[in-house]
Design a protein around this ligand. Structure first.
Ligand code: PGA
Length: 240
């Protein structure tokens, strides 16, 4: 894994945006794999600025998001569809019909996952996948477990993830307990991966990811199986 050590969150966002922008310039009809959470917000802000200044163009871009809570409506302000609209899609010249997020309203979530897996294969693979990392080492909603799922699947959120995400909801009890998420195989199918981490709360997870071991108690460690992964993090996330 390549590591870009940054001095600040601002620098993480700038370096990540440069890498995503390079992919978009090389192929204006590229497929971007996108993530939610606090970490990529600065990256999306930079991409919006680059789009508004004319440096990058989203008109032919397709996006596939990692995950979505289940069940949740797209207009719920905690849904990941809503997050993507507010933090990126509403501010760039993207065709929203080519932006995909797993369907949090599906009657049959298992079928929705199979449909999403097929969709990612059909429009993809992603030219670049953006990832954050959970404090527990999760990527997407692939939570630490004895065995990890390869494909898009329905998952139960762990106690740690529900607690970490409670800050976005009125109370912990309001955090959905399930999600639809790309599997480890879906994520690894991307041609290029960047994983962003900032702050000391991520240090333990980053350390395990970089330990050189494939450890299902740190799903991000599976990224070691991919040949083109760049970790973009600050010194606190590196445990310094
Ligand atoms: P965060 O979440 O960016 O809000 O810290 C990252 C993640 O859980 O993947």
């Amino acid at each position: 894994m390549k590591i870009i050590l940054c001095k600040s969150y601002e620098e993480i966002s700038v370096r990540a945006a440069e890498i995503v922008a390079d992919v978009m310039k090389a192929d204006p009809a590229c497929v971007l794999g996108l993530a939610t959470g606090s970490t990529p917000v600065g990256l999306y802000q930079k991409l919006i600025e680059m789009n508004q200044s004319g440096e990058i163009d989203f008109s032919e871009v397709t996006t596939v998001n990692l995950d979505e809570y289940y069940p949740i409506a797209p207009d719920n302000d905690q849904s990941y569809r809503y997050f993507m609209n507010v933090n990126l899609f509403d501010h760039v010249n993207i065709d929203k019909s080519k932006t995909y997020v797993p369907d949090g309203t599906a009657v049959d979530p298992v079928e929705a996952c199979a449909t999403y897996e097929a969709l990612v294969a059909q429009v993809g693979p992603a030219d670049i996948q953006v990832l954050g990392i959970g404090q527990n080492g999760h990527i997407g909603f692939n939570e630490p477990d004895a065995a990890l799922e390869v494909a898009t699947h329905v998952t139960d959120l762990t106690e740690s993830t529900i607690k970490a995400n409670a800050r976005f909801f009125s109370s912990e009890a309001d955090v959905p307990t399930k999600a639809l998420t790309m599997g480890i195989g879906t994520i690894l199918s991307a041609k290029k991966i960047i994983i962003l981490a900032n702050g000391a709360a991520k240090a333990e997870a980053v350390k395990k990811m970089l330990s050189g071991k494939l450890d299902t108690s740190c799903p991000a460690s599976m990224l070691n199986l991919h040949g083109d992964v760049t970790v973009i993090c600050d010194e606190a996330a590196m445990g310094r």
